[in-house]
Design a protein around this ligand. Structure first.
Ligand code: ATP
Length: 234
């Protein structure tokens, strides 16, 4: 579904990603792990068109999308749940969700998508008239996922979903991610919580200083000495 070859990107003079190659098969959950500042969010931002690759290719369903604008990438079904949720705090839950259905095709199916989101997160139905800024962290994260689902994604990029949330809420949200995966959605999870990411994914990539340092079947990586020492604290 997604194939990235020799990708480099950064911010102005600052080069962050150096020759990243990875692939995401349809219907799988792939984890991208690594320390603070390794370049995980930069990789997601490059895939979703927020920053431009300086070299290399990003192919989504066989089409090179390096030069596509972010709105076209979303309309094609590649949707990101950004780090820090990025909700509109003074808008209601419902209004925030509707922002996700901005592309014409998503707008057409807006009512059905909303029903699915509310079925997945019943709390959001209850709170649909409440301003997003007054929700708990976990509820805000549900809105951020819901907003992405409103865009009718085929590939979901989820950035640091566990950040700042209580463990019980993290478990609840990862259960929902597992449900989405079993419904056939392809998902890339970026996580500093390596144990959680390796449990949720079938295959994983470890990013170090903007390069893929290791990759493999997630359960194998969880047993790998380098991963255990550097990322699992074992
Ligand atoms: P974290 O989990 O802490 O977010 P990360 O692996 O996602 O880490 P990135 O956020 O991609 O890492 O950051 C990689 C590098 O890019 C860092 O050195 C960071 O300072 C730099 N960087 C990130 N965003 C910007 C920006 N907007 N302008 C300049 N440099 C940036």
């Amino acid at each position: 579904m997604l194939s990235i070859t020799d990708l480099s990107a950064g911010y102005g003079e600052v080069s962050v990603l150096h020759g990243v190659t990875l692939s995401v098969p349809a219907g799988r959950v792939i984890a991208l792990v690594g320390a603070n500042g390794a370049g995980k969010s930069t990789l997601l931002r490059t895939i979703s068109g927020q920053i431009r690759a300086t070299s290399g290719t990003i192919e989504y369903r066989g089409q090179v999308i390096n030069d596509l604008k972010p709105d076209k990438i979303v309309a094609a079904g590649l949707v990101q749940v950004p780090e820090g949720r990025r909700l509109f705090p003074s808008m209601t839950v419902l209004e925030n969700l509707l922002v996700g259905a901005s592309a014409p095709a998503a707008k057409l199916e807006c009512a059905a998508s909303l029903e699915k989101v509310f079925a997945m997160f019943p709390k959001l139905r209850e709170r649909r008239g409440q301003t997003a800024g007054t929700l708990s962290g976990g509820e805000q994260q549900m809105v951020a996922i819901g907003r992405a689902l409103m865009a009718k994604p085929e590939l979901l990029l989820i950035d640091e979903i566990s950040l700042g949330l209580a463990p019980v809420v993290v478990t609840e949200i990862f259960d929902k991610i597992a449900d989405l995966a079993s419904s056939g959605l392809t998902i890339v999870v970026v996580e500093q919580n390596t144990a959680l990411a390796l449990e949720a994914a079938s295959y994983a990539y470890v990013l170090e200083h903007g390069e893929i340092a290791l990759h493999g079947v997630a359960s194998d990586l969880a047993q790998d000495d380098r991963v255990r020492k550097a990322y699992l604290g074992i």
